[in-house]
Design a protein. Structure first.
Length: 637
Protein backbone atom coordinates (compact mmCIF):
# COMPACT_ATOMS: atom_id res chain seq x y z
CA UNK A 1 0.00 0.00 0.00
CA UNK A 2 1.39 3.36 -0.94
CA UNK A 3 0.42 6.96 -0.21
CA UNK A 4 2.24 10.16 -1.48
CA UNK A 5 2.40 13.59 0.15
CA UNK A 6 2.80 17.23 -1.38
CA UNK A 7 1.07 19.22 -4.17
CA UNK A 8 1.64 21.27 -7.38
CA UNK A 9 -0.01 24.71 -8.00
CA UNK A 10 -0.36 26.54 -11.38
CA UNK A 11 -0.71 30.42 -11.22
CA UNK A 12 -2.26 32.50 -14.07
CA UNK A 13 -2.00 35.88 -15.81
CA UNK A 14 -0.66 39.22 -14.63
CA UNK A 15 -1.37 42.58 -16.36
CA UNK A 16 -2.68 41.16 -19.53
CA UNK A 17 0.48 39.42 -20.29
CA UNK A 18 0.78 35.92 -19.77
CA UNK A 19 3.23 35.01 -17.14
CA UNK A 20 3.74 31.46 -16.46
CA UNK A 21 5.15 30.72 -13.14
CA UNK A 22 5.59 27.39 -11.63
CA UNK A 23 5.60 27.36 -7.95
CA UNK A 24 6.72 24.18 -6.42
CA UNK A 25 5.60 23.76 -2.87
CA UNK A 26 8.15 21.64 -1.06
CA UNK A 27 6.82 18.25 0.26
CA UNK A 28 6.08 18.03 3.92
CA UNK A 29 8.59 16.48 6.17
CA UNK A 30 8.10 12.68 5.94
CA UNK A 31 6.00 11.25 8.72
CA UNK A 32 7.36 8.47 10.92
CA UNK A 33 5.77 6.11 8.42
CA UNK A 34 3.35 6.20 5.51
CA UNK A 35 2.59 2.57 5.07
CA UNK A 36 3.88 -0.86 5.87
CA UNK A 37 4.94 -3.45 3.38
CA UNK A 38 4.20 -7.01 4.58
CA UNK A 39 5.99 -9.77 2.72
CA UNK A 40 4.86 -13.35 3.24
CA UNK A 41 6.16 -16.72 2.03
CA UNK A 42 6.16 -17.50 -1.65
CA UNK A 43 3.91 -20.41 -2.68
CA UNK A 44 1.61 -22.25 -0.32
CA UNK A 45 1.77 -22.90 3.36
CA UNK A 46 0.50 -26.13 4.92
CA UNK A 47 -2.03 -25.64 7.66
CA UNK A 48 -0.30 -25.86 11.00
CA UNK A 49 3.18 -25.18 9.70
CA UNK A 50 5.15 -22.12 10.97
CA UNK A 51 6.52 -19.57 8.56
CA UNK A 52 8.25 -16.16 8.52
CA UNK A 53 7.00 -12.70 7.52
CA UNK A 54 8.99 -9.45 6.94
CA UNK A 55 7.50 -6.04 7.73
CA UNK A 56 9.05 -2.84 6.19
CA UNK A 57 8.04 0.74 7.02
CA UNK A 58 7.93 2.96 3.93
CA UNK A 59 7.10 6.51 3.14
CA UNK A 60 4.85 7.69 0.37
CA UNK A 61 7.62 7.24 -2.15
CA UNK A 62 8.00 3.61 -1.15
CA UNK A 63 11.29 4.46 0.46
CA UNK A 64 12.27 2.59 3.56
CA UNK A 65 11.98 4.70 6.63
CA UNK A 66 15.12 3.65 8.43
CA UNK A 67 14.27 5.58 11.50
CA UNK A 68 10.84 4.02 11.99
CA UNK A 69 10.37 3.01 15.63
CA UNK A 70 6.64 2.43 15.73
CA UNK A 71 4.88 -0.58 17.31
CA UNK A 72 3.03 -2.97 15.02
CA UNK A 73 0.13 -5.33 15.82
CA UNK A 74 -0.79 -8.35 13.69
CA UNK A 75 -4.27 -9.67 12.75
CA UNK A 76 -5.43 -12.39 10.35
CA UNK A 77 -8.53 -13.54 8.53
CA UNK A 78 -7.75 -17.03 9.87
CA UNK A 79 -9.59 -17.39 13.19
CA UNK A 80 -7.15 -20.17 14.11
CA UNK A 81 -4.03 -18.12 13.31
CA UNK A 82 -1.08 -18.07 15.70
CA UNK A 83 0.51 -14.59 15.48
CA UNK A 84 3.46 -12.90 17.20
CA UNK A 85 2.95 -10.38 19.95
CA UNK A 86 3.05 -6.63 19.24
CA UNK A 87 6.53 -5.53 18.20
CA UNK A 88 8.25 -2.16 18.54
CA UNK A 89 10.78 -1.47 15.81
CA UNK A 90 14.27 -0.81 17.09
CA UNK A 91 16.75 1.68 15.56
CA UNK A 92 18.86 -1.28 14.63
CA UNK A 93 16.00 -2.62 12.49
CA UNK A 94 16.50 0.33 10.10
CA UNK A 95 12.76 0.13 9.32
CA UNK A 96 12.74 -3.57 8.39
CA UNK A 97 12.08 -6.55 10.71
CA UNK A 98 11.69 -10.23 9.91
CA UNK A 99 9.52 -12.35 12.20
CA UNK A 100 11.17 -15.73 11.80
CA UNK A 101 8.83 -18.76 12.13
CA UNK A 102 6.47 -16.80 14.32
CA UNK A 103 3.34 -17.25 12.19
CA UNK A 104 1.04 -20.29 11.91
CA UNK A 105 -2.15 -20.47 9.86
CA UNK A 106 -4.58 -23.38 10.21
CA UNK A 107 -7.54 -22.60 8.00
CA UNK A 108 -7.14 -23.64 4.37
CA UNK A 109 -7.64 -21.01 1.68
CA UNK A 110 -6.25 -17.52 0.98
CA UNK A 111 -5.72 -15.91 4.36
CA UNK A 112 -4.61 -12.29 5.00
CA UNK A 113 -2.07 -11.27 7.62
CA UNK A 114 -2.27 -7.55 8.41
CA UNK A 115 0.29 -5.39 10.29
CA UNK A 116 -0.95 -2.12 11.78
CA UNK A 117 0.85 0.68 13.63
CA UNK A 118 -0.70 0.79 17.05
CA UNK A 119 -0.33 4.60 17.23
CA UNK A 120 -1.67 5.38 13.77
CA UNK A 121 -4.13 2.92 12.30
CA UNK A 122 -3.62 4.42 8.82
CA UNK A 123 -0.13 3.04 8.75
CA UNK A 124 -0.82 -0.53 7.77
CA UNK A 125 -0.08 -3.27 5.27
CA UNK A 126 -0.98 -6.85 4.57
CA UNK A 127 0.11 -10.02 2.83
CA UNK A 128 -2.02 -12.81 1.40
CA UNK A 129 -0.93 -16.36 2.24
CA UNK A 130 -2.27 -19.44 0.43
CA UNK A 131 -2.93 -22.17 3.04
CA UNK A 132 -3.49 -25.79 2.04
CA UNK A 133 -4.91 -28.56 4.27
CA UNK A 134 -2.69 -30.86 6.25
CA UNK A 135 -2.91 -34.65 6.17
CA UNK A 136 -5.88 -36.82 7.21
CA UNK A 137 -6.51 -36.52 10.91
CA UNK A 138 -10.18 -37.35 11.50
CA UNK A 139 -13.67 -37.51 10.03
CA UNK A 140 -16.50 -35.13 10.71
CA UNK A 141 -19.88 -36.83 10.48
CA UNK A 142 -23.09 -35.18 9.39
CA UNK A 143 -25.84 -34.75 11.98
CA UNK A 144 -27.97 -37.87 12.54
CA UNK A 145 -31.53 -37.47 13.81
CA UNK A 146 -33.83 -39.99 15.50
CA UNK A 147 -34.05 -43.35 13.71
CA UNK A 148 -36.51 -46.27 13.70
CA UNK A 149 -35.59 -49.88 14.45
CA UNK A 150 -35.30 -51.91 11.27
CA UNK A 151 -35.28 -48.86 8.96
CA UNK A 152 -32.05 -48.01 7.13
CA UNK A 153 -30.58 -44.49 7.28
CA UNK A 154 -27.67 -42.59 5.69
CA UNK A 155 -24.39 -41.53 7.28
CA UNK A 156 -21.98 -38.98 5.76
CA UNK A 157 -18.38 -38.50 6.91
CA UNK A 158 -15.97 -35.80 5.65
CA UNK A 159 -12.23 -36.50 5.70
CA UNK A 160 -10.46 -33.59 7.44
CA UNK A 161 -7.09 -32.57 8.79
CA UNK A 162 -6.56 -31.72 12.43
CA UNK A 163 -7.81 -28.16 11.84
CA UNK A 164 -11.08 -29.33 10.30
CA UNK A 165 -10.01 -28.53 6.78
CA UNK A 166 -11.70 -30.91 4.32
CA UNK A 167 -9.25 -32.94 2.29
CA UNK A 168 -11.60 -33.00 -0.69
CA UNK A 169 -10.49 -35.09 -3.62
CA UNK A 170 -7.03 -35.38 -2.07
CA UNK A 171 -8.57 -38.04 0.18
CA UNK A 172 -8.55 -41.33 -1.69
CA UNK A 173 -9.07 -43.76 1.19
CA UNK A 174 -12.09 -45.95 2.07
CA UNK A 175 -13.17 -45.62 5.69
CA UNK A 176 -15.22 -48.19 7.60
CA UNK A 177 -18.22 -47.53 9.80
CA UNK A 178 -18.83 -49.01 13.24
CA UNK A 179 -20.81 -47.89 16.26
CA UNK A 180 -22.91 -48.67 19.31
CA UNK A 181 -25.95 -49.89 17.39
CA UNK A 182 -27.39 -53.27 18.38
CA UNK A 183 -29.22 -56.13 16.74
CA UNK A 184 -32.29 -57.98 17.96
CA UNK A 185 -33.10 -61.56 19.00
CA UNK A 186 -35.78 -61.89 16.34
CA UNK A 187 -37.37 -60.12 13.39
CA UNK A 188 -35.32 -61.49 10.47
CA UNK A 189 -35.54 -64.53 8.24
CA UNK A 190 -32.91 -67.24 8.14
CA UNK A 191 -30.78 -65.06 5.85
CA UNK A 192 -30.75 -62.16 8.29
CA UNK A 193 -33.13 -60.04 6.23
CA UNK A 194 -35.72 -58.08 8.26
CA UNK A 195 -39.04 -59.88 7.81
CA UNK A 196 -42.40 -59.26 9.54
CA UNK A 197 -42.83 -62.06 12.06
CA UNK A 198 -39.30 -63.34 11.44
CA UNK A 199 -38.01 -65.54 14.24
CA UNK A 200 -34.28 -65.36 13.46
CA UNK A 201 -31.92 -62.77 14.98
CA UNK A 202 -31.17 -59.51 13.16
CA UNK A 203 -27.57 -58.25 13.02
CA UNK A 204 -26.65 -54.56 12.79
CA UNK A 205 -25.94 -53.32 9.25
CA UNK A 206 -23.19 -50.68 8.86
CA UNK A 207 -23.35 -50.79 5.04
CA UNK A 208 -19.59 -51.04 4.49
CA UNK A 209 -17.89 -50.09 2.20
CA UNK A 210 -19.23 -46.59 1.53
CA UNK A 211 -19.13 -44.52 -1.64
CA UNK A 212 -16.45 -41.78 -1.45
CA UNK A 213 -16.66 -38.57 -3.50
CA UNK A 214 -14.50 -35.44 -3.00
CA UNK A 215 -13.45 -36.58 0.45
CA UNK A 216 -16.98 -37.36 1.65
CA UNK A 217 -17.86 -41.00 2.45
CA UNK A 218 -21.54 -42.00 2.31
CA UNK A 219 -23.06 -45.12 3.86
CA UNK A 220 -26.60 -45.90 2.72
CA UNK A 221 -28.80 -48.39 4.58
CA UNK A 222 -27.22 -48.31 8.02
CA UNK A 223 -29.72 -50.22 10.19
CA UNK A 224 -30.18 -50.72 13.93
CA UNK A 225 -32.74 -53.10 15.44
CA UNK A 226 -32.69 -52.42 19.15
CA UNK A 227 -34.57 -49.35 20.37
CA UNK A 228 -32.33 -47.33 22.69
CA UNK A 229 -30.96 -43.87 23.33
CA UNK A 230 -27.40 -42.50 23.23
CA UNK A 231 -26.34 -44.30 20.04
CA UNK A 232 -23.34 -43.25 17.91
CA UNK A 233 -21.56 -44.38 14.77
CA UNK A 234 -17.82 -44.01 14.06
CA UNK A 235 -15.95 -43.65 10.77
CA UNK A 236 -12.37 -45.00 10.75
CA UNK A 237 -9.44 -45.07 8.34
CA UNK A 238 -6.22 -46.17 9.96
CA UNK A 239 -5.63 -43.92 12.94
CA UNK A 240 -8.16 -41.36 11.78
CA UNK A 241 -11.62 -41.63 13.32
CA UNK A 242 -14.75 -39.59 13.79
CA UNK A 243 -17.85 -40.03 15.94
CA UNK A 244 -21.36 -38.93 15.16
CA UNK A 245 -23.63 -37.05 17.50
CA UNK A 246 -25.64 -39.25 19.84
CA UNK A 247 -29.08 -40.18 18.57
CA UNK A 248 -32.06 -42.34 19.49
CA UNK A 249 -33.31 -45.50 17.82
CA UNK A 250 -37.03 -45.78 18.52
CA UNK A 251 -39.26 -48.85 18.28
CA UNK A 252 -41.16 -49.76 15.14
CA UNK A 253 -44.92 -50.42 15.14
CA UNK A 254 -46.82 -53.15 17.00
CA UNK A 255 -46.09 -56.61 15.63
CA UNK A 256 -46.57 -59.10 18.48
CA UNK A 257 -46.90 -59.59 22.23
CA UNK A 258 -44.36 -61.22 24.49
CA UNK A 259 -45.98 -62.95 27.45
CA UNK A 260 -44.40 -63.24 30.84
CA UNK A 261 -43.47 -66.75 31.92
CA UNK A 262 -46.39 -68.64 33.46
CA UNK A 263 -45.30 -70.85 36.31
CA UNK A 264 -45.99 -74.54 35.86
CA UNK A 265 -47.98 -76.12 37.29
CA UNK A 266 -51.06 -74.00 37.85
CA UNK A 267 -53.93 -75.42 39.89
CA UNK A 268 -57.38 -76.32 38.57
CA UNK A 269 -59.94 -73.68 39.51
CA UNK A 270 -57.37 -71.23 40.87
CA UNK A 271 -56.90 -67.91 39.06
CA UNK A 272 -53.42 -66.98 37.85
CA UNK A 273 -51.88 -63.85 36.36
CA UNK A 274 -50.96 -63.27 32.72
CA UNK A 275 -48.84 -60.33 31.50
CA UNK A 276 -48.27 -59.40 27.86
CA UNK A 277 -45.87 -56.72 26.58
CA UNK A 278 -46.65 -55.00 23.27
CA UNK A 279 -43.54 -55.16 21.06
CA UNK A 280 -42.40 -54.39 17.55
CA UNK A 281 -41.02 -56.92 15.10
CA UNK A 282 -37.65 -56.82 16.83
CA UNK A 283 -38.86 -57.33 20.43
CA UNK A 284 -38.65 -53.66 21.31
CA UNK A 285 -41.35 -52.72 23.84
CA UNK A 286 -43.75 -50.03 22.64
CA UNK A 287 -44.20 -48.67 26.15
CA UNK A 288 -46.80 -45.95 26.54
CA UNK A 289 -47.03 -45.59 22.76
CA UNK A 290 -49.24 -48.69 22.83
CA UNK A 291 -52.80 -47.63 23.59
CA UNK A 292 -54.76 -50.71 22.51
CA UNK A 293 -56.70 -53.28 24.53
CA UNK A 294 -55.71 -56.87 23.64
CA UNK A 295 -57.88 -59.96 24.08
CA UNK A 296 -56.94 -63.28 25.69
CA UNK A 297 -57.69 -66.81 24.46
CA UNK A 298 -56.11 -70.22 24.90
CA UNK A 299 -56.57 -73.98 25.12
CA UNK A 300 -57.67 -74.19 28.74
CA UNK A 301 -60.67 -76.44 29.38
CA UNK A 302 -63.62 -76.58 31.71
CA UNK A 303 -64.80 -79.43 33.91
CA UNK A 304 -67.99 -81.44 34.46
CA UNK A 305 -68.26 -80.34 38.09
CA UNK A 306 -67.01 -77.92 40.68
CA UNK A 307 -68.75 -74.66 39.88
CA UNK A 308 -71.68 -73.00 41.74
CA UNK A 309 -73.72 -75.78 43.17
CA UNK A 310 -70.60 -77.98 43.36
CA UNK A 311 -71.92 -80.41 40.77
CA UNK A 312 -72.42 -77.88 37.98
CA UNK A 313 -69.97 -77.76 35.07
CA UNK A 314 -67.25 -75.11 34.95
CA UNK A 315 -66.70 -73.18 31.73
CA UNK A 316 -63.46 -71.38 30.89
CA UNK A 317 -63.84 -67.65 30.29
CA UNK A 318 -61.12 -65.25 29.21
CA UNK A 319 -61.69 -61.84 30.84
CA UNK A 320 -60.61 -58.41 29.67
CA UNK A 321 -57.26 -57.17 30.99
CA UNK A 322 -57.23 -55.91 34.54
CA UNK A 323 -55.00 -53.07 33.33
CA UNK A 324 -52.96 -51.85 30.36
CA UNK A 325 -50.12 -49.58 31.43
CA UNK A 326 -46.82 -48.70 29.80
CA UNK A 327 -47.51 -51.12 26.97
CA UNK A 328 -48.08 -54.06 29.35
CA UNK A 329 -51.49 -55.74 29.58
CA UNK A 330 -52.13 -57.58 32.84
CA UNK A 331 -54.79 -60.12 33.77
CA UNK A 332 -54.44 -60.30 37.55
CA UNK A 333 -55.40 -63.68 39.09
CA UNK A 334 -58.34 -63.85 36.69
CA UNK A 335 -57.38 -66.65 34.28
CA UNK A 336 -58.54 -70.16 35.25
CA UNK A 337 -58.40 -73.63 33.80
CA UNK A 338 -60.46 -76.42 35.35
CA UNK A 339 -59.26 -79.56 33.60
CA UNK A 340 -55.97 -81.02 34.78
CA UNK A 341 -53.78 -81.51 31.71
CA UNK A 342 -50.39 -80.70 30.24
CA UNK A 343 -49.27 -78.46 27.36
CA UNK A 344 -51.66 -75.61 28.10
CA UNK A 345 -51.07 -72.08 26.81
CA UNK A 346 -52.79 -68.74 26.42
CA UNK A 347 -52.68 -66.30 23.50
CA UNK A 348 -52.90 -62.50 23.47
CA UNK A 349 -54.23 -60.76 20.35
CA UNK A 350 -54.76 -57.22 19.07
CA UNK A 351 -55.64 -57.09 15.40
CA UNK A 352 -52.94 -58.97 13.52
CA UNK A 353 -50.53 -58.90 16.48
CA UNK A 354 -50.48 -62.04 18.63
CA UNK A 355 -48.32 -63.73 21.22
CA UNK A 356 -48.34 -67.17 22.87
CA UNK A 357 -47.32 -68.05 26.38
CA UNK A 358 -45.01 -70.87 27.33
CA UNK A 359 -46.73 -74.21 27.77
CA UNK A 360 -47.66 -75.13 31.31
CA UNK A 361 -49.51 -77.79 33.26
CA UNK A 362 -52.81 -77.55 35.12
CA UNK A 363 -52.61 -79.82 38.16
CA UNK A 364 -55.58 -81.14 40.17
CA UNK A 365 -56.82 -79.11 43.10
CA UNK A 366 -57.08 -80.62 46.57
CA UNK A 367 -58.88 -83.98 46.81
CA UNK A 368 -62.62 -83.40 47.15
CA UNK A 369 -64.45 -86.55 46.00
CA UNK A 370 -63.56 -90.09 47.10
CA UNK A 371 -65.41 -93.15 45.78
CA UNK A 372 -64.98 -96.82 46.68
CA UNK A 373 -64.87 -98.28 43.18
CA UNK A 374 -64.32 -101.72 44.74
CA UNK A 375 -66.05 -102.21 48.05
CA UNK A 376 -64.12 -104.16 50.73
CA UNK A 377 -64.87 -107.90 50.81
CA UNK A 378 -65.56 -110.25 53.71
CA UNK A 379 -62.51 -112.04 55.07
CA UNK A 380 -61.33 -114.47 57.71
CA UNK A 381 -59.18 -112.94 60.46
CA UNK A 382 -55.53 -113.23 61.32
CA UNK A 383 -53.42 -114.00 58.26
CA UNK A 384 -50.98 -115.64 57.83
CA UNK A 385 -52.70 -118.27 59.99
CA UNK A 386 -55.50 -118.02 57.50
CA UNK A 387 -54.60 -119.50 54.09
CA UNK A 388 -56.24 -120.71 50.89
CA UNK A 389 -58.90 -121.75 50.16
CA UNK A 390 -60.05 -119.25 52.78
CA UNK A 391 -60.42 -115.54 52.00
CA UNK A 392 -57.68 -114.10 54.19
CA UNK A 393 -57.26 -110.48 53.04
CA UNK A 394 -59.50 -107.55 52.23
CA UNK A 395 -59.19 -105.83 48.88
CA UNK A 396 -60.65 -102.45 48.04
CA UNK A 397 -60.13 -99.58 45.60
CA UNK A 398 -60.69 -95.87 46.14
CA UNK A 399 -60.94 -93.28 43.39
CA UNK A 400 -59.66 -89.83 44.33
CA UNK A 401 -60.91 -86.76 42.42
CA UNK A 402 -60.71 -83.02 43.00
CA UNK A 403 -63.80 -80.81 42.94
CA UNK A 404 -63.51 -80.55 39.15
CA UNK A 405 -63.47 -84.34 38.59
CA UNK A 406 -59.75 -84.41 37.89
CA UNK A 407 -58.05 -87.65 39.02
CA UNK A 408 -55.52 -87.14 41.77
CA UNK A 409 -52.37 -88.83 40.47
CA UNK A 410 -49.66 -90.19 42.79
CA UNK A 411 -51.55 -88.86 45.79
CA UNK A 412 -51.77 -90.69 49.10
CA UNK A 413 -55.12 -92.20 50.06
CA UNK A 414 -55.56 -93.44 53.62
CA UNK A 415 -58.04 -96.08 54.83
CA UNK A 416 -58.76 -96.86 58.44
CA UNK A 417 -61.37 -98.03 60.92
CA UNK A 418 -61.39 -95.10 63.29
CA UNK A 419 -65.02 -94.65 64.28
CA UNK A 420 -66.87 -96.89 66.77
CA UNK A 421 -69.82 -96.97 64.39
CA UNK A 422 -67.53 -98.37 61.69
CA UNK A 423 -65.52 -100.61 63.99
CA UNK A 424 -67.90 -103.00 65.75
CA UNK A 425 -65.06 -105.37 66.64
CA UNK A 426 -62.79 -102.66 68.07
CA UNK A 427 -60.22 -103.86 65.57
CA UNK A 428 -57.06 -102.31 64.11
CA UNK A 429 -56.53 -102.36 60.36
CA UNK A 430 -53.23 -103.85 59.19
CA UNK A 431 -51.76 -105.18 55.94
CA UNK A 432 -49.45 -107.95 54.81
CA UNK A 433 -47.19 -105.44 53.01
CA UNK A 434 -44.62 -104.04 55.38
CA UNK A 435 -44.90 -100.31 55.91
CA UNK A 436 -48.33 -99.99 54.32
CA UNK A 437 -50.07 -99.31 57.64
CA UNK A 438 -49.10 -97.24 60.66
CA UNK A 439 -51.22 -97.18 63.82
CA UNK A 440 -54.25 -98.55 61.99
CA UNK A 441 -53.96 -96.15 59.00
CA UNK A 442 -53.08 -97.83 55.70
CA UNK A 443 -51.80 -95.77 52.75
CA UNK A 444 -51.49 -96.31 49.02
CA UNK A 445 -50.77 -93.80 46.25
CA UNK A 446 -53.18 -93.33 43.38
CA UNK A 447 -52.39 -94.45 39.85
CA UNK A 448 -52.76 -92.42 36.64
CA UNK A 449 -56.53 -92.81 36.85
CA UNK A 450 -56.65 -91.54 40.41
CA UNK A 451 -57.32 -95.00 41.90
CA UNK A 452 -55.59 -96.23 45.03
CA UNK A 453 -55.58 -100.03 45.27
CA UNK A 454 -55.40 -101.88 48.58
CA UNK A 455 -54.98 -105.62 47.97
CA UNK A 456 -53.87 -107.16 51.28
CA UNK A 457 -55.59 -105.44 54.19
CA UNK A 458 -56.05 -107.66 57.22
CA UNK A 459 -58.41 -107.75 60.22
CA UNK A 460 -58.27 -109.58 63.53
CA UNK A 461 -61.61 -109.53 65.36
CA UNK A 462 -64.73 -111.32 64.12
CA UNK A 463 -67.68 -108.97 63.71
CA UNK A 464 -70.25 -107.82 61.17
CA UNK A 465 -70.78 -104.43 59.56
CA UNK A 466 -67.25 -103.09 59.58
CA UNK A 467 -66.73 -100.06 57.35
CA UNK A 468 -63.59 -98.39 56.04
CA UNK A 469 -63.10 -94.64 56.10
CA UNK A 470 -61.02 -93.30 53.21
CA UNK A 471 -59.36 -89.86 53.35
CA UNK A 472 -57.02 -87.86 51.13
CA UNK A 473 -55.47 -84.41 50.98
CA UNK A 474 -54.99 -81.57 50.98
CA UNK A 475 -52.28 -81.61 48.30
CA UNK A 476 -51.90 -78.06 46.97
CA UNK A 477 -54.03 -75.87 49.22
CA UNK A 478 -55.54 -75.76 52.65
CA UNK A 479 -58.84 -77.57 52.08
CA UNK A 480 -59.92 -80.11 54.70
CA UNK A 481 -59.23 -83.73 53.73
CA UNK A 482 -61.79 -85.42 51.49
CA UNK A 483 -63.41 -88.46 53.14
CA UNK A 484 -65.73 -91.36 52.22
CA UNK A 485 -67.19 -94.36 54.05
CA UNK A 486 -67.32 -97.78 52.40
CA UNK A 487 -70.16 -100.32 52.35
CA UNK A 488 -70.08 -102.74 55.25
CA UNK A 489 -68.08 -105.93 55.25
CA UNK A 490 -67.69 -108.80 57.73
CA UNK A 491 -64.93 -110.76 59.39
CA UNK A 492 -65.81 -114.44 60.00
CA UNK A 493 -63.99 -117.72 60.70
CA UNK A 494 -65.04 -119.67 57.58
CA UNK A 495 -64.98 -117.24 54.70
CA UNK A 496 -63.79 -119.41 51.86
CA UNK A 497 -63.00 -118.99 48.17
CA UNK A 498 -64.60 -121.04 45.43
CA UNK A 499 -63.86 -121.63 41.79
CA UNK A 500 -66.80 -119.66 40.48
CA UNK A 501 -66.77 -117.07 37.71
CA UNK A 502 -69.44 -114.40 37.60
CA UNK A 503 -70.40 -113.15 34.17
CA UNK A 504 -73.41 -110.91 34.35
CA UNK A 505 -75.05 -108.30 32.19
CA UNK A 506 -78.04 -106.38 33.44
CA UNK A 507 -79.21 -103.14 31.89
CA UNK A 508 -82.07 -102.40 34.23
CA UNK A 509 -84.27 -103.86 36.93
CA UNK A 510 -85.83 -107.16 35.97
CA UNK A 511 -83.33 -107.94 33.23
CA UNK A 512 -81.81 -111.38 33.06
CA UNK A 513 -78.29 -111.96 34.30
CA UNK A 514 -76.15 -115.09 34.19
CA UNK A 515 -73.63 -116.52 36.64
CA UNK A 516 -71.37 -119.42 35.73
CA UNK A 517 -69.79 -121.45 38.51
CA UNK A 518 -66.79 -123.25 37.08
CA UNK A 519 -66.13 -126.67 38.61
CA UNK A 520 -67.78 -125.83 41.88
CA UNK A 521 -66.14 -128.71 43.63
CA UNK A 522 -65.67 -132.44 43.83
CA UNK A 523 -68.89 -132.91 45.81
CA UNK A 524 -72.11 -133.02 43.85
CA UNK A 525 -74.30 -130.01 44.68
CA UNK A 526 -77.78 -129.01 43.63
CA UNK A 527 -78.80 -125.42 42.88
CA UNK A 528 -82.47 -124.81 43.56
CA UNK A 529 -84.72 -121.79 43.51
CA UNK A 530 -85.46 -120.64 47.02
CA UNK A 531 -89.19 -120.40 47.64
CA UNK A 532 -90.44 -116.87 47.46
CA UNK A 533 -91.40 -115.20 50.68
CA UNK A 534 -89.74 -117.68 53.01
CA UNK A 535 -87.21 -115.07 54.20
CA UNK A 536 -89.45 -112.49 55.72
CA UNK A 537 -86.60 -110.17 56.65
CA UNK A 538 -85.71 -109.79 53.01
CA UNK A 539 -89.15 -108.71 52.01
CA UNK A 540 -88.74 -110.00 48.46
CA UNK A 541 -91.94 -111.75 47.36
CA UNK A 542 -90.56 -113.28 44.16
CA UNK A 543 -87.86 -115.77 43.35
CA UNK A 544 -84.83 -114.41 41.50
CA UNK A 545 -83.33 -117.68 40.23
CA UNK A 546 -84.91 -118.37 36.84
CA UNK A 547 -83.00 -121.32 35.40
CA UNK A 548 -80.20 -123.67 36.41
CA UNK A 549 -78.24 -125.44 33.69
CA UNK A 550 -77.67 -128.30 33.99
CA UNK A 551 -80.51 -128.87 36.39
CA UNK A 552 -80.13 -131.08 39.41
CA UNK A 553 -76.83 -132.02 40.97
CA UNK A 554 -73.48 -131.65 39.24
CA UNK A 555 -69.80 -131.53 40.00
CA UNK A 556 -68.88 -129.59 36.86
CA UNK A 557 -69.81 -126.18 35.49
CA UNK A 558 -73.16 -124.71 36.42
CA UNK A 559 -74.84 -121.75 34.71
CA UNK A 560 -77.54 -119.92 36.61
CA UNK A 561 -79.80 -117.18 35.18
CA UNK A 562 -81.52 -114.77 37.50
CA UNK A 563 -83.07 -111.33 37.68
CA UNK A 564 -81.50 -108.05 38.62
CA UNK A 565 -82.94 -106.46 41.74
CA UNK A 566 -82.05 -103.84 44.33
CA UNK A 567 -81.70 -104.85 47.99
CA UNK A 568 -81.48 -102.49 50.93
CA UNK A 569 -82.34 -104.65 53.93
CA UNK A 570 -80.03 -105.69 56.69
CA UNK A 571 -79.60 -109.31 57.74
CA UNK A 572 -77.27 -112.02 58.93
CA UNK A 573 -74.61 -114.07 57.28
CA UNK A 574 -75.60 -117.06 55.19
CA UNK A 575 -73.97 -119.51 52.79
CA UNK A 576 -73.67 -118.05 49.31
CA UNK A 577 -71.76 -117.31 46.19
CA UNK A 578 -72.48 -113.67 45.33
CA UNK A 579 -72.02 -111.51 42.23
CA UNK A 580 -72.39 -107.90 43.25
CA UNK A 581 -71.77 -104.54 41.64
CA UNK A 582 -70.99 -101.00 42.81
CA UNK A 583 -74.03 -99.30 41.42
CA UNK A 584 -77.13 -99.78 39.29
CA UNK A 585 -76.34 -101.14 35.83
CA UNK A 586 -72.62 -101.20 36.58
CA UNK A 587 -71.79 -104.78 37.59
CA UNK A 588 -68.32 -105.79 38.53
CA UNK A 589 -67.38 -109.42 38.76
CA UNK A 590 -66.39 -110.83 42.09
CA UNK A 591 -67.30 -114.32 43.25
CA UNK A 592 -66.89 -115.34 46.85
CA UNK A 593 -68.39 -117.71 49.45
CA UNK A 594 -69.52 -117.01 52.97
CA UNK A 595 -70.11 -120.10 55.11
CA UNK A 596 -71.40 -119.12 58.51
CA UNK A 597 -74.30 -121.54 59.09
CA UNK A 598 -77.69 -120.05 59.86
CA UNK A 599 -80.95 -121.91 60.18
CA UNK A 600 -82.82 -122.56 56.93
CA UNK A 601 -84.52 -121.39 54.86
CA UNK A 602 -82.57 -118.09 54.82
CA UNK A 603 -79.18 -119.20 53.51
CA UNK A 604 -78.29 -115.77 52.26
CA UNK A 605 -76.34 -112.71 53.21
CA UNK A 606 -78.72 -109.80 53.06
CA UNK A 607 -77.46 -106.64 51.43
CA UNK A 608 -77.97 -103.16 52.74
CA UNK A 609 -76.26 -100.60 54.85
CA UNK A 610 -74.13 -99.61 51.91
CA UNK A 611 -73.67 -103.07 50.39
CA UNK A 612 -74.97 -101.67 47.13
CA UNK A 613 -76.93 -103.23 44.33
CA UNK A 614 -76.69 -106.99 43.70
CA UNK A 615 -77.64 -109.06 40.70
CA UNK A 616 -78.80 -112.13 42.61
CA UNK A 617 -77.59 -114.56 45.19
CA UNK A 618 -76.77 -118.23 44.70
CA UNK A 619 -76.71 -120.17 47.95
CA UNK A 620 -74.15 -122.91 48.28
CA UNK A 621 -74.44 -124.58 51.69
CA UNK A 622 -71.13 -125.25 53.31
CA UNK A 623 -70.55 -127.14 56.52
CA UNK A 624 -68.52 -125.70 59.34
CA UNK A 625 -65.67 -128.03 58.40
CA UNK A 626 -65.50 -126.40 54.97
CA UNK A 627 -67.22 -129.18 52.99
CA UNK A 628 -70.28 -128.54 50.84
CA UNK A 629 -73.63 -129.89 52.01
CA UNK A 630 -75.80 -130.75 48.97
CA UNK A 631 -78.84 -131.06 51.14
CA UNK A 632 -78.61 -127.44 52.14
CA UNK A 633 -77.97 -125.86 48.76
CA UNK A 634 -80.23 -123.44 47.02
CA UNK A 635 -80.44 -120.17 45.14
CA UNK A 636 -82.30 -116.99 45.67
CA UNK A 637 -81.95 -113.41 46.49
Amino acid sequence: MRRRLGSVKLLSFLGGAMLLALLVVPAATPAPGDHLVVTGPAGTVTAGDTFSITVEAQDATDTTITGYTGTVHFTSTDPQAVLPADYTFQPTDNGVHTFTNEFTLKTAGNQMITATDTSDGTITGFATVSVVHAGLDHFTLGSIGGQTAGVGFTVNATAEDQFENPLGSDYTGTPTLSGTLNGSPRGCNGGGVPTPGGTSPCAVTYANPPSVTAGVATWTGVTAFKAETGRTVTATDGGATGDSNTFTVQHAGLQHFTLGSITSPQTAGVGFTVTATAEDNFENPLGSDYTGTPTLSGNLNGSPSGCPGATNPCTVTYPSPTSVSGGVATWTNSVKGYKAETLRKVTVTDGGATGDSNTFTIQPNDPAMLTFTQQPNDAQPNPPTCSNPFVCTIATKVKDLDAYSNPEVTVAVNVQINDPLNNPGSDTLTALTAGECTAGVCTQNTDSSGVATFSDLTMHNIATNYKLKASSGPTVGTSPPATQISNFFNVANTVKTCNGNCTANASDAGAAATVTLTNVGSVSITLETQPAGTCSVIGQPTAEIVTVNPSGSTTGNVTVTGKYFHQNNAGGIGNYVLCKNSGPNTPYHQVFACSKKVPPPCYTKLSGNGMGDILFVIIVKQNTDGTFDPSMTGGGH
